[in-house]
Design a protein around this ligand. Structure first.
Ligand code: KIV
Ligand code: ZN
Length: 523
């Protein structure tokens, strides 16, 4: 391994392509299903963020995936739009049908190459795999020159065979060759060695870009990706907040900020506008309902919070003592008091636009109405409140069930009792239930109306800003028939927030049942 301690003062930085797969591998995270409108919103934000390639989905997986990829392709102009396809003519043709609307379409075809996958999953030998990989790339080339090939489970593939596959698919016309650590097994030194060996042994390697795609099963996805970049990879596949299958994918924000903060080590640049990282992270967690852990690097709530007295004292004297990057550099806003009871629609619209939202008049009117209602309940409103209003009122899934009314009687000497009204597909249904506590009573009343068989896996309440009049944010995780979903609800009344979160999760469950019939096809 070469000495990575580079000299101060870096020049002639090479450039790394950022391939974002939040909408494809990210969506494979349990509970992260998104509808078409939500995918387009995220794609537009990714484009603003500056990602080079947006992997919009896996068109052959389901009608829903196909339509979402097509819609993303139609809306994105600057970034490339990739569609995933297994190494079959049907999948590749289907991927092309969806991505052909993009300004810069890319077909991303994949085939497993490790002996474990060949023997147990595909039941073919190495020669057959090589043949299929080449055929797939040649077929994809009939539609576009922009073809990427991924050797699934590359890191557990015999290295000589992997080199043969890479050379053959480049000869067949692949412009990008991706080396995924599909099961999150590799370590940074080993990965450095794999990429260096490919660079050294594959004769035509300079005709393609080497890409890497790491999973986080051992918590090494970012470290492995960075190690591969040091060895010569020039495309990195990642997701916002690191969401993805199992323990997730390499996190975009961690890789980009590591390259930026430690350019003395990596000497590599990206086109990412890092000031939009936080907003993008928020959008993805709001839409997927997957909360970012507080201690998550770069975007976690505590990532820039200095708790100990010694640290606080140091930072006050000189930020550099304990801060390697500023919260501003990733776009973390201070909790600024923005608007209040007397603010008009114009001021609200301006703030919403400053925050990066692009709402239609109808959406804006709806959000403004909710904002005014909130002003009657809460003295001060912060950016976080506006975020919550927009994610609650605007970015929601198609609603089968809509919260209408809640009344709870509770106290230390009474049996908690809740009355709930829900609009079920246009019909108002009301019921009453008691419970072991007020939340239990609320949930029991909702269950009487919706008759769900789902199991409650977790229930978390937090305050989104400071003060006792802060809005409560409730997150509810449910499971039914192997499907997991996360629902959110926000309201100054934590019981109303709880009811909204539960109903939101039940809507997600209903939505997921409809769209996920073909999940078993996913890689
Ligand atoms: O993890 C993986 O191997 C993948 C490929 C389809 C690139 O997601
Ligand atoms: Zn993957």
């Amino acid at each position: 391994m070469r000495d990575i301690r580079l000299k101060e003062g870096v020049s002639n930085m090479e450039y790394v392509k950022i391939f974002d797969t939040t909408l494809r591998d990210g969506e494979q995270a349990p509970g992260a299903t998104m509808n078409i409108e939500e995918k387009v919103r995220i794609a537009l934000q990714l484009e603003k963020l500056g990602v080079d390639i947006i992997e919009a989905g896996f068109p052959a997986a389901s009608e829903g995936d196909f339509d979402a990829v097509k819609e993303v392709a139609k809306n994105i102009t600057k970034s490339e739009v990739a569609g995933l396809a297994r190494a079959t003519k049907e999948d590749i043709q289907r991927a092309w049908e969806a991505i052909k609307y993009a300004n810069k379409p890319r077909i991303h075809t994949f085939l497993a190459t490790s002996d474990i996958h060949l023997k147990y999953k595909l039941k073919i030998d190495r020669e057959e795999a090589l043949k299929r990989a080449v055929e797939a790339v040649k077929f994809a080339k009939k539609f576009t020159d922009n073809v990427e090939f991924s050797a699934e489970d590359a890191c557990r593939t015999d290295l000589d065979f992997l080199c043969r596959v890479v050379e053959a698919v480049i000869d067949a016309g692949a412009k990008t060759v991706n080396i995924p650590d599909t099961v999150g097994y590799i370590t940074p030194m080993e990965f450095y060695n794999i990429i260096s060996t490919i660079k050294k042994k594959v004769k035509n390697i300079n005709k393609a870009v080497i890409s890497v795609h790491c999973h986080n099963d051992l918590g090494l996805a970012t470290a492995n990706s960075l190690s591969a970049l040091l060895a010569g990879a020039r495309q990195v596949e990642c997701t916002i907040n690191g969401i993805g299958e199992r323990a997730g994918n390499a996190s975009l924000e961690e890789i980009v900020m590591a390259l930026k903060v430690r350019k003395d080590v990596y000497n590599l640049a990206t086109k990412i506008n890092t000031k939009l990282i936080y907003r993008t992270s928020k959008l993805v967690s709001q839409i997927t309902g997957m909360m970012v852990q507080p201690n998550k690097a770069i975007v976690g709530a505590n990532a820039f919070a200095h708790e100990s007295g010694i640290h606080q004292d140091g930072v006050l004297k000189e930020r550099l003592t304990y801060e390697i990057m500023t919260p501003e550099s990733v776009g973390i806003p201070q909790s600024v008091l923005v608007l209040g009871k007397l603010s008009g629609r114009h001021a609200f619209k301006k703030r919403v636009e400053e925050m990066g939202y692009n709402l239609t008049e109808e959406q804006l009117n709806k959000a403004f109405k909710r904002f005014k209602e909130l002003c009657d309940q809460k003295k001060y409103l912060y950016d976080e409140d506006i975020d919550a209003i927009i994610s609650e009122e605007i970015l929601k899934l198609p609603e089968k069930y809509r919260f209408v009314y809640l009344n709870v009687v509770s106290g230390n000497k009474t049996v908690p009792c809740a009355t709930v009204e829900i609009d079920v597909e246009g019909k108002i249904v009301k019921d009453v239930a008691v419970g072991n506590g007020p939340v239990d009573a609320v949930f029991n009343a909702i269950k009487k109306i919706i008759k769900t068989k789902s199991k409650l896996l977790s229930f978390v309440i937090s305050a989104i800003t400071m003060g006792t009049d802060a809005q409560g944010e409730v997150t509810v995780k449910l499971e039914e028939g192997g499907r997991q979903v996360v629902g959110k609800g926000v309201d100054p009344d934590v019981l109303v927030a709880s009811a909204k979160a539960y109903i939101n999760a039940l809507n997600r469950l209903a939505f997921k049942k409809e769209v996920s019939q073909n999940k078993e096809m996913l890689p």
